[in-house]
Each structure stands twice: as structure tokens, then as C-alpha cells.
Write a protein that binds this ligand. Structure first.
Ligand code: ADP
Ligand code: MG
Length: 593
């Protein structure tokens, strides 16, 4: 096994060995076992918070409230109504996810800051409610005498409780890891870092954020359930805003968006004050200092720093030998695009005015024009990124005006961007696989449980994605993080992603910008090949030679209107086109740019 892949295994084995052996060295009623159990409980919630804040990029400043819902559910139902712990814990999870969802739903349409504020507000209100609703929660006094869980007439003492918490922690870790490595996890990261990429593969950012939130709130709920039985007393003081912030801090410090970050964070920042009891009052100051230091020196937290050190020590192994090269690609049934009377205004700028444009099924049509003439805007309107002020956009025979970008993508429209929009933290292969986001059938549950059907499908899609990387000629970069791939090749990966999505109409925004001569020739062959397969291609491009070679039809835009349209050879001879377009470029530089 390559040295590099050994790190996670070493971690897993060490963590499980320590966790399982600990009770053999400390007494059943010892403080050490109590603290270790509590640590496990924190880790469960931290794993969830990390999925939300680290992967989906939604910072929750009120996670204590979701822990509190789980804790109070168990405390009240077991003490007052004699429910079994397990039933109460399950309900606590559902309530944490459900009530949380109601509270934060409005925030998902808005940006990350609103989400942070809404969760904070929810936690503050919830804290007050626990105090005020004395008839339910017993106010400041709290609920006392929470009984330990029991099963088959056997009551869980501290040791069985500890092992149960360890088991739940391991299960939570595995489920979250499976999700993180799936299309859902990739979509979370896309939503966090490059929303346009998520839209382009048909993933709804709102749904992705909501999914991450529900999982995270449910984990907070189950952590709360164990919290109640472990402490046997639940009071409002346990769930203050301080706690939420401390909690977020541990995840950030441990390594936001890394699988081991929350575990290391909880371990270090929960245990240190326990070990150095005398330093309790300095706690916040120490954390503040550490946070500052880490922000400066280890932006990916403690685990990130550790991982980076490891990677330097154990350099990446060569890319594994790929599956058989994709010799043949099945034909693509191209979708026609018909745009008419399209108009879009940005404040004082009329970006497009009464533009008509037609790309017949299976054709390669080009759009050219000076900078700022509205080319990108046309692509953005056709793919649902902007809503036009007037006009019609027909894809196939269906009017798509006003449809969202994910819906249009799902109908078979793929696109690339003027500035490549790959998810920098994901490998090229994962980026291409993300293209199949809406094609993949396995649901969240079967992915979290790694059911055989889900695994088989993921394997098949992986092979297919490798095939597309081969097809566009960057298979040797499959395992490289997209952010480290040269620009020119990033564009090719974007094309592979669009094809992976089963695109039948592909919109390319200046794919040749910044390419070398040899790359340019490769791109030309690639586009011609995709067109031969039957896909419809709409290409915005400044390289007029490229356009003349591959496009059957060209439309010239100038200041938002169509200046000329027709066969490239005729259009490029048109004097108005020469003046408007080539004028600024060719006449100055002596050659078409
Ligand atoms: P091109 O791709 O042909 O260079 P664009 O379609 O990007 O041109 O832009 C056309 C005009 O619309 C420009 O004047 C640009 O400043 C304006 N524009 C484009 N997108 C936006 C936006 N999101 N907000 C405001 N103005 C925009
Ligand atoms: Mg543009």
C-alpha cells in the first residue's frame, strides 16, 4: 500500500485501540471514564457540525440548541413519562432535525451570514424558552434524575454507556465519511466553494445545504440524548451561546472540512482544560490565541497541518493505471437551442437587446464579438443563471425561460465557464463524477450505509468518468486536485464534466483562452469530435481561426445586438464585422487575437 494512504488507517486503528482499551486502565466510576464518555458525546456532535460548517460551508453559531433538544427530549420523556431511552433518543434526533429545519429554512435562500445569524438567534431564543417554559422544562432547576439507558432488563452503568457512546461515535464517523466521499459530499463542497459549478451539474444549493443541516442537527440531537443520561441532570446552563461558540471553535481548530478535524479538535480543546484544571479561567484566552496562531500558520486546522506534514513526508504515488481507454463513445442526440427576442438589462447597461439565435440539433454554432458585447450573458440566460427581462429560450421543443439552472442542466444542457469553475479541493476525477450528480440513482441512505447497489453504481460512474477524462485527454491528472491543474487543462476537465452529465447541448465560454498552440489544436479536434458524436455545441470564442474551422454558423454580437450572422467565411468578410470586431483587435495588432 502506498505510504500516503496509510495515514487514515493508522489513525483509525490507533483511535479505536485507545478507545477500546481505556476502560481496562481506569475505574468504572472514575472521573477519567466520565470525561472520556463526554468526549465521545462532543465528538458525535462535532462530526455533524463539521459536515455542515466544514463541508457545506454553513456556519452554525447555535449548535448548542440542537444538542439541547436531544437532551431535553430524553430527560423529559424518561423522567416524566417513563419512555425508554432509545425511543426518546430517536425522537430527540427527529425533533432536533425537524425543529432546526423549520427555524433555518428561510436562511437557505440567502447567504452564509444569514444562516449564521439565524442559528445564533434560534439558540438565543431557545435558551430563553427553556428558562421561561417552566411548566415543561422546570426552568433553571432543570430536569434531575435522568435514568441510565437499559436494554433487556440490563441497566447501563458507566462502562456500558461509554462503549455505547464509542460505538455511536464510530457509526457517525463512518456514515458521515461515506456521505463525504459520495456525490452529496462533492456537491456540499461545490456549494461551499463554487456555486456555479453546483448549478452546472444540476445540484440545488438549497437542497444540499438543507441535507447537510438535517444530518448535522440529527447528530447534535443524539449527542444531546447521551449528554442527558451521562450527566443525569439537564439544565439551561448546559446550552448557552458560549457553548455553541466554543463548539464551533473546536471544529475550526481541529480542521474544518477534514474528516479527522472534529475528533482532534474535541480531543485537544476539550481535554486540555480538563487536564489543566487550574487554567479554566484562562480558557477563552488560550483558545483565542490558538485560533489566531492556527489562522496564520495552519489554515486547515490541526489536522490539516498534520496531514500536510505527512504528505511532505510521503509524496503522492503515481496515478494508478487506468481502466481500458475509451475507444468509442455512443452517439449523442443533440438538443437544438432557439433563442428569440432576448433582452437583459443590468442597471444602466443593456447587455442584450432583442437577440435571436438558433443552434440546430447537432450543429456547432459560434458567437463572437468584442468584450462586453453580451456573449457570456447570452450563455448565462440560456443556461438559467440569469432570468431575462423579455424573450424566449427554447431547448429542444420546451420553453425553459425562467427555469432554474439545475433544472436546465438536468434537461441535458452542459456548460463551461469563461473562468474555469472546478471545485479546487476535489480531484479532477471527482469533479467529472460530480457531472453525473443527477444521473446517479443511489439515495442518501444507501450511500451512507454503502449498500452494494450504491457501491456498484459509484464504481461504474468512476470508470465512466475516467473514460471521459481520457476522451478529453487529461486522464493523467485524474487524481490531481483540480486547483493544481493548469488552466488550459481545467477547461478540458470542465468539458468532461459536462459530457459526464449526459449533456446534449454544450455551451462553451471561450474555451481556447490562454491555451498554447498545441493545446489549441487539441481543443479543436476535441470539439469537432463531440460535434461528430451528435451533440449541439454553442461556442463563444475570440480565436477566429478556430471558429472558422469548426463552426458551421457564426453570430456576431456587438453591444448587445446581433450585428451579423451566417457562414463564418461570409460573416468574417462583412465590413461592419471587420470594423466592430476586428477593428479594435486586428487593426491594432495586425492579426486576429
Ligand atoms: P462578453 O461575454 O461579450 O464579454 P458579457 O456578457 O460578460 O460580455 O457582458 C455584457 C455587458 O453586461 C457588459 O457591459 C457587462 O459589464 C454587463 N454585465 C454582465 N454581467 C453582469 C452582471 N452580473 N452585473 C452587471 N453587469 C453585467
Ligand atoms: Mg464573456
Amino acid at each position: 500500500m502506498p505510504l500516503r494512504a496509510a495515514l487514515p488507517l493508522v489513525f483509525q486503528a490507533a483511535a479505536i485501540a485507545i478507545a477500546l482499551l481505556l476502560p481496562a486502565f481506569v475505574g468504572a466510576n472514575s472521573y477519567a471514564l466520565f470525561v472520556a464518555t463526554q468526549l465521545g458525546i462532543y465528538v458525535i456532535a462535532a462530526i455533524g457540525l463539521n459536515l455542515l460548517a466544514g463541508y457545506a460551508g454553513q456556519v452554525s453559531l447555535g449548535h448548542a440548541a440542537f444538542v439541547a433538544i436531544g437532551a431535553y427530549s430524553v430527560a423529559l420523556l424518561t423522567v416524566d413519562h417513563h419512555w425508554s431511552f432509545w425511543a426518546a433518543a430517536a425522537l430527540g434526533m427527529v425533533l432536533a432535525a425537524g425543529l432546526g429545519m423549520l427555524a433555518v429554512l428561510p436562511a437557505f435562500r440567502l447567504n452564509t451570514w444569514y444562516f449564521a445569524f439565524i442559528t445564533l438567534a434560534f439558540a438565543l431564543v431557545f435558551e430563553k424558552m427553556i428558562v421561561e417554559w417552566r411548566w415543561l422544562t422546570k426552568g433553571f432547576a432543570g430536569v434531575v434524575g435522568v435514568p441510565p439507558p437499559s436494554a433487556f432488563g440490563f441497566e447501563f452503568g458507566p462502562r456500558p454507556l461509554y462503549f455505547t457512546v464509542v460505538l455511536v461515535t464510530v457509526i457517525a464517523f463512518i456514515l458521515v465519511r461515506n456521505v463525504v466521499h459520495s456525490r452529496f459530499g462533492c456537491a456540499f463542497v461545490a456549494v461551499r466553494d463554487v456555486e456555479p459549478a453546483a448549478l452546472a451539474v444540476g445540484a440545488s444549493p438549497q437542497l444540499a445545504k438543507l441535507t447537510a443541516f438535517v444530518i448535522s442537527a440529527a447528530l447534535a440531537g443524539i449527542a444531546g440524548a447521551f449528554f442527558a443520561v451521562q450527566k443525569t441532570v439537564v439544565t439551561p446552563d448546559d446550552f448557552t451561546a458560549d457553548f455553541s461558540i466554543f463548539f464551533l471553535l473546536t471544529v475550526v481548530l481541529g480542521g474544518l472540512g477534514t474528516l479527522w478535524g472534529p475528533i482532534i479538535g474535541a480531543l485537544v480543546f476539550f481535554l486540555i482544560p480538563e487536564l489543566l484544571a487550574g487554567l479554566q479561567s484562562w480558557r477563552m484566552l488560550i483558545y483565542g490565541g490558538l485560533l489566531l496562531g492556527l489562522m496564520l500558520f495552519a489554515p486547515h486546522g490541526l489536522f490539516g497541518a498534520l496531514r500536510q506534514g505527512w504528505r511532505r513526508f510521503a509524496p503522492q504515488a503515481a496515478t494508478p493505471v487506468l481502466a481500458a481507454e475509451r475507444a468509442e463513445h455512443p452517439p449523442i442526440a443533440g438538443l437544438p437551442l432557439q433563442v428569440s427576442g432576448l433582452r437583459k438589462r443590468f442597471g444602466g447597461v443593456l447587455a442584450l437587446d432583442a437577440v435571436d439565435f438558433h443552434a440546430p440539433a447537432g450543429s456547432c454554432c459560434a458567437i463572437v464579438g468584442p468584450n462586453g458585447s453580451g456573449k457570456t450573458t447570452l450563455l448565462n440566460l440560456a443556461s438559467g443563471y440569469y432570468v431575462p427581462d423579455a424573450g424566449s429560450v427554447k431547448i429542444g421543443r420546451v420553453e425553459m425561460l425562467g427555469s432554474s439552472a439545475p433544472r436546465i442542466a438536468t434537461r441535458g444542457v452542459g456548460r463551461t465557464f469563461q473562468t474555469p469553475r472546478l471545485v479546487a479541493d476535489l480531484s479532477a476525477l471527482d469533479n467529472v463524477m460530480l457531472g453525473a450528480y443527477t444521473r446517479e440513482r443511489a439515495n442518501l441512505l444507501s450511500i451512507a450505509l454503502r449498500l452494494p447497489s450504491a457501491r456498484a453504481e459509484a464504481h461504474r460512474l468512476r470508470e465512466e468518468a475516467l473514460g471521459f477524462l481520457h476522451f478529453v485527454g487529461v486522464a493523467d491528472r485524474a487524481e490531481t486536485e483540480a486547483g493544481e491543474i493548469p488552466h488550459g487543462q481545467q477547461r478540458l476537465v470542465e468539458i468532461a464534466r459536462a459530457m459526464m452529465g449526459g449533456a446534449r447541448l454544450i455551451l462553451l465560454d471561450e474555451p481556447a483562452a490562454g491555451l498554447s498552440m498545441s493545446e489549441l489544436e487539441r481543443l479543436e479536434r476535441l470539439i469537432a469530435r463531440i460535434c461528430e458524436l451528435g451533440a449541439t455545441i454553442v461556442i463563444v470564442e475570440h480565436h477566429l481561426d478556430l471558429v472558422a474551422n469548426i463552426a458551421s454558423h457564426v453570430t456576431v454580437l456587438d453591444r448587445g445586438t446581433v450585428l451579423a450572422a451566417g457562414k463564418p467565411a461570409e460573416v468574417f468578410k462583412d465590413e461592419r464585422v471587420m470594423r466592430a470586431y476586428m477593428g479594435e483587435r486586428a487593426l491594432k495588432t495586425g492579426a486576429p487575437a
